[in-house]
Design a protein around this ligand. Structure first.
Ligand SMILES: O=P(O)(O)OC[C@H]1O[C@H](OP(=O)(O)OP(=O)(O)O)[C@H](O)[C@@H]1O
Ligand SMILES: O=c1cc[nH]c(=O)[nH]1
Ligand SMILES: [Mg+2]
Length: 219
C-alpha cells in the first residue's frame, strides 16, 4: 500500500485539518462538517490525477473541442456516520460516481473501555465488479473499520482498484492496513498521520470523536 501524507505538503488541506483539531473552532458543528467536505474536495482533486482518462469530442456553440473525461467507473464508499461529510466532498468532485454505504460502529467490549470491537450492520452498494472503489472515512485509528468495510463491500463484487482516504490516521492503523493491503497498486491518502492511540483507541493528538463533533453525541 502506498501512502500519501498531505501534512508533508504545503497545501490548504493543512489549514482545514488545523481547524478540525482546534478545541475552540471544532465546537462549531457546521464549520467542522464543512471543513471535512472541503478536505474531500481537495483530496478528490489529488486522487483525480491518478485516474485513467479518455478523450471525447464535445460540440461548443462555435466548433468541436476535445476534452478528457474519466475512463474509470468510480464508486465512493463510506462508513456511517462520520464518513458522510467526506463522502459528500468526494461526490461533489466525482459527481457521476456510484455510492456505497456500510454502517460500522466501534463499541467497548469491557467496562474499562480499552478493548474495542467493531460491528457492521448495514450494507447498501451497487455492483462493485471491475469498478474503482474510493473508500473514505475521516478517522483511521486501529484500521479495523476500514478493513471490515472493505470486506463487507467485497461481498457485493470485486473492485478493480482500491483507493482509500482519511483525514487523520494513526501510524499504527496505517501500518496495520499496509499488512492487510500489501499491493502497491492500492493507495491511502491521509490529511495527517498522528503518532499514537490512547487506551480508549482514540488518535492522539487527533481531534476527538469525529462523529460526535459532526452530529452530536450518541447513546
Ligand atoms: O480505525 P478504527 O479503530 O476502526 O476507528 C475508526 C472509526 O471510528 C469512527 O467511527 P465511530 O465508530 O466513532 O462511529 P461514528 O461514525 O458513529 O461516530 C470513524 O469514522 C471510523 O469509522
Ligand atoms: O480518534 C478517533 C478514533 C476513532 N474515531 C474517532 O472519531 N476519533
Ligand atoms: Mg464516533
Amino acid at each position: 500500500m502506498k501512502v500519501v501524507d498531505f501534512s508533508k505538503q504545503r497545501t490548504v488541506i493543512n489549514k482545514y485539518v488545523s481547524e478540525l483539531r482546534d478545541v475552540n473552532v471544532q465546537k462549531d458543528r457546521l464549520r467542522f462538517r464543512q471543513n471535512v467536505v472541503r478536505i474531500g474536495h481537495a483530496m478528490a482533486y489529488e486522487v483525480s490525477k491518478s485516474l485513467e482518462y479518455k478523450d471525447i469530442t464535445v460540440q461548443t456553440p462555435l466548433a468541436e473541442a476535445v476534452a478528457s473525461v474519466l475512463a474509470e467507473e468510480i464508486v465512493i464508499g463510506t462508513v456511517f456516520r462520520a464518513g458522510l461529510p467526506l463522502h459528500q466532498g468526494f461526490l461533489d468532485v466525482f459527481d457521476e460516481a456510484g455510492n456505497a454505504f456500510v454502517s460500522a460502529y466501534r463499541y467497548y467490549k469491557d467496562k474499562e473501555g480499552t478493548d474495542v470491537g467493531i460491528k457492521i450492520e448495514y450494507i447498501a452498494t451497487p455492483d462493485l465488479e471491475g469498478k474503482t472503489l474510493i473508500l473514505v472515512d475521516p478517522m483511521l485509528a486501529t484500521g479495523g473499520s476500514m478493513e471490515l468495510a472493505y470486506e463487507a463491500f467485497c461481498t457485493k463484487g470485486t473492485p478493480k482498484k482500491l483507493i482509500m482516504a482519511c483525514v487523520i490516521a494513526a501510524k499504527g492503523g496505517v501500518d496495520y492496513l499496509k499488512k492487510f493491503f500489501p499491493s502497491n497498486d492500492i493507495t491511502l491518502y491521509c490529511g495527517a498521520i498522528d503518532p499514537e492511540l490512547n487506551s480508549h483507541k482514540y488518535i492522539v493528538p487527533g481531534l476527538g470523536d469525529a462523529g460526535d463533533l459532526m452530529y452530536g453525541d450518541k447513546l
